[in-house]
Write a protein that binds this ligand. Structure first.
Ligand SMILES: [Zn+2]
Length: 312
C-alpha cells in the first residue's frame, strides 16, 4: 500500500467509526488511478478526500482511519471512505470485466479489514439503520445522499454489484483482526472537549461551530451565526445530541473551492434535480446576515459541480 496523505481532513473524530462508505472515483480503471487521485486529494484546494483508494493494481492511503475524511457529508464524522476506480455509470457488464473485478477484490479486502478491525458487520445498512446514527455496517455514497440529503452524488451507481462485493468481503475477512487505529478523540462527554485553546481560541470556536453545525472556520464574525445558533440551541432540545444531529448542508463555507470535490471534476454523476435545493442551516434566520462574509450562504455551485465539502 502506498501513502499520499491529504491535508483535506479533520484531525481526529467527533464520533466513533460506525460505517464504511463505498465510492467510485469517476475515473478510468487503470493502475495509476489510486495514485493520481491521491495527488489530487493532496492539493489543499481540492477540499475533499477519502481514507483509501483502490485501482486495478494498487491501494493508496490518503487519510488515517482515526482522522475524518471529507467524502460523504452526513457520514463523514463516523465513516471510513473507500474510493474505487471506475464510474457510477458503469453497466452490469462493465462491472463484470477483468479491471472491475480486480478493483472490487482490492476494495473488498480493505473493507474486510475495516470490518474486522472496527467490529463492523459485513452487511449493508438499510436507510433506517444508516439514519439511526448507531447501527454499524456498510453503505454507499448514494445511500448517504438519499438519507442525509447533503449531497447529490449517486456513486457507486445502480449497477454496482452489491451482492458480489459482499461475497468478496466475507471471503476476505481476516482470521486475525487488524489493529484498529487508536482514537484521537475517544468518546466522552463533549463538554470535556470544548476548551482546547482558551475561551476564544480558534480551536475552541471551531469546536463550538462543529457542535452547533455552523460553518467551521474558527472565526466569530459579526453578526455571528455561531452566536445566533448558540442562542437557538439553548432554546432547543436538539443540542442534546451534538454528534448525531443533522449536519448543515454540504456547503462548507462561502469560498468556492470548499464546494468542490474530485468526483465533480471528473464527469461527476449528474446531480439529481430533486436534490438541487439544499436545506438551510437550522439556526439561520429568514433574514440574511448583514455582513459575516465567512458565514454567508454559499453561492450556487458552478454548473456541473456538486457540493462535497468539509462538513460532518
Ligand atoms: Zn462518492
Amino acid at each position: 500500500m502506498s501513502t499520499i496523505y491529504s491535508p483535506n481532513k479533520y484531525e481526529g473524530r467527533i464520533s466513533p467509526i460506525r460505517v464504511i462508505v463505498l465510492h467510485t472515483m469517476e475515473t478510468d480503471e487503470d493502475g495509476s488511478v489510486a495514485e493520481a487521485v491521491g495527488n489530487y486529494f493532496a492539493k489543499p484546494t481540492t477540499q475533499a478526500s477519502a481514507h483509501l483508494g483502490v485501482d486495478t493494481d494498487s491501494t493508496c492511503r490518503y487519510v488515517d482511519d482515526n482522522d475524518t475524511a471529507w467524502a460523504a457529508p452526513g457520514a463523514n464524522a463516523d465513516g471510513l471512505q473507500l474510493e474505487m476506480a471506475g464510474r457510477a455509470g458503469q453497466t452490469t457488464g462493465q462491472w463484470d470485466d477483468a479491471s472491475s473485478q480486480a478493483i472490487l477484490t482490492r476494495g473488498a479486502i480493505e473493507v474486510a479489514n475495516w470490518c474486522a478491525a472496527y467490529k463492523i458487520p459485513a452487511s449493508y445498512l438499510t436507510d433506517a439503520q444508516l439514519a439511526d446514527g448507531k447501527t454499524k455496517g456498510i453503505t454507499t455514497h448514494v445511500q448517504v445522499s438519499r438519507v442525509f440529503k447533503r449531497s447529490t452524488h449517486w456513486d457507486p451507481g445502480p449497477n454496482f454489484p452489491v451482492n458480489f462485493f459482499l461475497t468478496l468481503v466475507h471471503a476476505n475477512l481476516p482470521a486475525t483482526p487488524p489493529t484498529p487505529a487508536k482514537p484521537k478523540y475517544p468518546a466522552k462527554p463533549f463538554v470535556a472537549q470544548l476548551t482546547v485553546d482558551g475561551i476564544l481560541g480558534v480551536r475552541t470556536i471551531a469546536r463550538w461551530q462543529q457542535i452547533l453545525h455552523t460553518p467551521v472556520d474558527g472565526v466569530i464574525s459579526r453578526p455571528s451565526l455561531l452566536i445566533r445558533a448558540s442562542s437557538a440551541a439553548s432554546r432547543s432540545p436538539r443540542t442534546a445530541s451534538p454528534v448525531r444531529s443533522p449536519s448543515p448542508p454540504c456547503s462548507g463555507g462561502s469560498t468556492p473551492e470548499r464546494s468542490r470535490c474530485p468526483r465533480s471534476t471528473r464527469s461527476c454523476p449528474t446531480p439529481r434535480p430533486s436534490s438541487a435545493s439544499l436545506p438551510r442551516l437550522p439556526a439561520r434566520s429568514s433574514r440574511p446576515p448583514r455582513t459575516a462574509r465567512r458565514e454567508a450562504a454559499p453561492s450556487p455551485a458552478p454548473s456541473g459541480w456538486s457540493r462535497c465539502s468539509p462538513v460532518w
